[in-house]
Design a protein around this ligand. Structure first.
Ligand SMILES: Nc1ncnc2c1ncn2[C@@H]1O[C@H](COP(=O)(O)O)[C@@H](O)[C@H]1OP(=O)(O)O
Ligand SMILES: [Mg+2]
Ligand SMILES: [Mg+2]
Ligand SMILES: [Mg+2]
Length: 352
């Protein structure tokens, strides 16, 4: 069967690629007062807002009926105290919209020389990401910068976009400007895009859209895996992972990496498993933080569940609901990792 989402995938890759150009150039020039702290204490930069405006604009121009679940909203930018940041974001988003057409782009998508929006147009594009999510219909998720803390440290972050249809992720695209194209050939440099369509495989491309490679998670013996985990101890429990590592007899220390780059790394054979167990403070995972990674891992031959062994539910709204953690791994070892997680949970002093 031919790829039923070929058009959506092409648009998503073009939007993510353009947004990666924006975020990379923002990083070079980011200055101290260009970051806000949100209500949940997490940082958001001019890059997050501008990249969401850019991606949302392209989606709206190409697929105007499709609702968008985006991480950011523009309320802090609409007030007088947000003027300086607003002006900078409008400039950045318009520079990215106006940038020359790259391979795969079409002027009809509202990008390329001369394509600019007013300040209100940019703020409205950000706020089109206000869809509440839910069990039915088409919807896009945007995480314009996933792993903002990694972005600010100059480490890993990801530009993430997915199409969910009736609660199932059909298309997932993850752009990783700081990830090596090929860890075994560092001289090839950094910047990769990962893309998957349900039932039609997972691929890695360069940021320019060249050199496609089909992704397959290679089989690995459980004792040889290296868990992929968050850098930020507040985002998932490091001590829980340490205990799972002991139970499984895994020798290697975990690999810490920010953002959904962990899902991408897993798909090309790094690590063997991504484990994200809650820290116990009641945080609910957001759908935009897992939707592209889920379809990517499944299409690369892996399995993604929570700690009950159930599939992640993308139809509950903007979050995944009550937090039972996330376990992603190759098909061959997922059952063993899941069993070890459940064994650690059953221990009298579970270190969650
Ligand atoms: N308290 C928290 N617990 C879990 N995840 C969080 C928390 N606060 C923010 N996040 C989100 O976790 C993800 C990063 O995870 P990781 O630690 O794997 O890099 C990001 O999506 C980040 O949001 P953001 O998109 O704002 O960076
Ligand atoms: Mg954020
Ligand atoms: Mg995120
Ligand atoms: Mg984000």
């Amino acid at each position: 069967m031919s790829n039923p989402y070929a058009h959506e995938e092409r648009v998503a890759i073009a939007a993510v690629r353009r947004a990666c150009g924006l975020t990379s150039s923002v990083f070079e020039t980011l200055i101290k007062n260009e970051t806000l702290t949100k209500g949940d204490k997490s940082p958001v930069t001019v890059g997050d807002f501008a990249a969401q405006a850019l991606i949302s604009t392209i989606l709206h121009n190409v697929l105007p009926e499709d609702p968008i679940v985006g991480e950011e909203d523009a309320s802090d930018l609409r007030v007088e105290s947000g003027k300086e940041m607003r002006d900078r974001i409008v400039g950045l988003a318009n520079d990215a919209l106006k940038a020359p057409l790259a391979a795969g782009d079409e002027a009809a998508w509202g990008v390329g020389p001369g394509k600019e929006l007013t300040a209100d147009g940019i703020l409205d594009a950000i706020d089109r990401g206000n869809h509440p999510g839910g069990p039915t219909g088409r919807m896009w998720t945007i995480d314009p910068i996933d792993g903002t803390k990694g972005f600010l440290r100059g480490e890993q972050y990801a530009v993430c976009l997915s199409l969910i249809v009736d609660a199932k992720v059909q298309v997932g695209v993850i752009g990783c400007p700081n990830l090596l194209i090929d860890p075994s050939q560092p001289e090839r440099g950094k910047g990769a895009i990962f893309s998957a369509v349900r039932g039609h495989g997972a691929r890695q491309l360069t940021l320019e859209g060249t050199d496609p490679i089909t992704l397959r998670i290679p089989p690995t013996a459980v004792e040889n895996l290296k868990f992929l985990e968050s850098v930020e101890a507040a985002h998932s429990s490091h001590s829980f992972n340490d205990r799972v590592t002991e139970v499984l007899g895994v020798k290697a220390a975990p690999v810490r990496m920010d953002s959904q780059a962990k899902y991408a790394a897993l798909c090309r054979g790094e690590g063997g498993s991504y484990l994200r167990m809650p820290t116990g403070v009641g945080y609910r995972e957001k759908i935009w933080d897992h939707a592209p990674g889920e379809v990517l891992v499944v299409e690369a031959g892996g399995v993604v569940t929570d700690s009950r062994g159930q599939a992640l539910n993308f139809g509950l709204g903007r979050t995944l609901g009550e937090n039972f953690g996330v376990i992603a791994a190759g098909k061959d070892i997922h059952p063993q990792v899941l069993a070890a997680v459940q064994a650690v949970q059953a221990e009298p002093k579970a270190k969650v």
